[in-house]
Structures are given as structure tokens and as C-alpha cells.
Write a protein that binds this ligand. Structure first.
Ligand code: AP5
Length: 220
């Protein structure tokens, strides 16, 4: 199963990907997580990406395609994967199509998580992420049991550097300009399912699983 999770920042792509992974053990490939890890480790990729990520701009397509190509060739991607936050430009989508041809794979479905700007700002300013296992919390909607500590692994919870209000607003602008055209791109390819991401996690997950079952991509 190969699926793409598309949507504005804070639409819940990462949260849904983690839920799908619990039942279907395929890797989540989040370009955002790959870039943040590289920044944390201080690699050359991290150095190159840091100023873009922290200011809410997109990292150049060339760099992103290099990361994706290497990652998709790894062994754990053989029986499928979820792409979270990639592609993000028409150029990336076109290059992904070519890469899939070379790898003899097909994209099964693209889920577009549609939500409103005011909800996004509220969700992202209250988001906390685990530095150890990547679990995602929200101080309002799904708070951790203990302050700043992950329920799952005890890791430290932090606020992402790009979850400041002014950076969130920039990320939203960039999304509308550069990423939103992908909705039409995948509609034309008859791959798009739109999910109302203003609704709660239970509803969204039910809708995604229903579609995956209809497509016979999952059994239960
Ligand atoms: P990335 O890490 O991909 O960030 P993003 O797309 O902005 O998405 P987020 O991770 O912020 O949101 P999400 O939709 O996963 O929401 P989540 O589930 O956490 O990218 C970061 C940066 O890296 C980019 O700005 C760019 O610089 C660079 N980059 C990455 N990929 C790139 C690419 N392909 N090309 C170029 N540059 C790239 O949920 C958010 C919060 O809301 C959580 O607290 C959650 O608990 C809560 N929540 C979610 N849904 C609900 C709900 N329904 N009800 C209540 N609370 C909810």
C-alpha cells in the first residue's frame, strides 16, 4: 500500500499516519521529520535545510528529491509506505511519478485533509512532540498524562521551532501557494479522497480506513 497524506500544516497528517501504522506496519516517510533529525544532528543536509524549515519556507525540490529517492530504496519500503508532507510542489509530484515508474510502483491513494486556518493556528501552538518516539500530543485535545513527558516512552516533550504563530502563518501562505495545486493534480489522476480534518481523530480515521477497505488495500 502506497498512500500520500496531503494537507496544510496542522491538518493532522502525522497523527493519522501514526494511527494507520498501528494496524498496518508500513513506514511513515515524513520529509519534515527527516529534515528536523538532520538539523538536530548537524549534518550537511541539516545545515542546508535549517533556515528554510525554521522560517516556514519550502526546502528546494532538488534536495527533497534526493532524500526521497534514497529513502524509498530502503528495504522497509518494499511492501509499501505512507508519504507525510511529500510531495509539496507540482515539480515534486511530477518527479515522484517518474521515480515510481523507475521503481515499478504505483501510488494507491492520496488523502487530502481539508481544514480551516483558525483551527490550524490553535492546534499548532498547542502541539507537543516526543523527542524520543515522535508521538504527537495537543495540550487541549489529547494532553499527556504528565507534563512534558511522553505517555508511550517517557521521552521529553517539546514544542517545534516552527510552531510559533508568525511561522505558522508563513507556512499556511506557502501551503496555499505551492502545495494546494496538488489537489487538482491528484484529482485529475483520480487518486484523491478529501477528508474533513476539522472533525475529530476518530471520524477522520474511520473515513480513511473505509476508503482503504473499499480499495482493498486493508482487510480490517
Ligand atoms: P512538516 O513536518 O511536514 O510540517 P507540516 O506539513 O507543516 O505539517 P505538520 O507536521 O505541522 O502538521 P500535521 O498535519 O502532521 O499535524 P499533526 O498530526 O502534528 O514540514 C516542516 C517543514 O519542513 C516545512 O515547513 C518545510 O520547510 C520542510 N519540508 C518538509 N517537507 C518538505 C517538502 N516535501 N518540500 C519542501 N520542504 C519540505 O497535528 C497538529 C496538532 O493538532 C497536534 O497537536 C494534534 O494533536 C492536533 N490535532 C490534529 N488533528 C486534530 C483534530 N482533528 N482535532 C483536534 N486536534 C487535532
Amino acid at each position: 500500500m502506497i498512500i500520500i497524506l496531503l494537507g496544510p500544516p496542522g491538518a493532522g497528517k502525522g497523527t493519522i499516519a501514526n494511527e494507520i501504522k498501528k494496524e498496518n506496519n508500513i513506514p511513515i516517510i515524513s520529509t519534515g521529520d527527516i529534515l528536523r533529525n538532520a538539523i538536530k544532528k548537524g549534518t550537511s543536509l541539516g545545515e542546508e535545510a535549517q533556515s528554510y524549515v525554521n522560517s516556514g519556507k519550502l526546502v528546494p525540490d532538488l534536495l527533497i528529491m534526493k532524500i526521497i529517492e534514497e529513502r524509498l530504496k530502503e528495504n522497509d519500503c518494499k511492501s509499501g509506505f505512507m508519504l507525510d508532507g511529500f510531495p509539496r510542489t507540482i515539480q515534486q509530484a511530477k518527479e515522484l511519478d517518474l521515480l515510481m515508474q523507475r521503481l515499478k510502483k504505483i501510488i494507491d491513494q492520496v488523502f487530502y485533509f481539508e481544514t480551516s486556518d483558525n483551527i490550524i493556528i490553535e492546534r499548532l501552538t498547542d502541539r507537543r512532540v516526543c523527542t524520543k518516539c515522535g508521538a504527537i500530543y495537543n495540550l487541549n485535545y489529547n494532553p499527556p498524562k504528565r507534563d512534558n513527558e511522553c505517555d508511550k516512552c517517557g521521552g521529553k516533550l517539546i514544542q517545534r521551532d516552527d510552531d510559533k504563530k508568525e511561522t505558522i502563518i508563513k507556512r499556511l501562505e506557502v501551503f496555499k501557494e505551492e502545495t494546494l495545486p496538488l489537489v487538482d493534480y491528484y484529482k485529475k489522476e483520480k487518486l484523491l479522497t478529501t477528508i474533513d480534518a476539522d472533525k475529530d481523530l476518530k471520524y477522520r480515521l474511520k473515513e480513511v480506513i473505509k476508503r482503504l477497505k473499499d480499495l482493498k488495500l486493508v482487510n480490517n
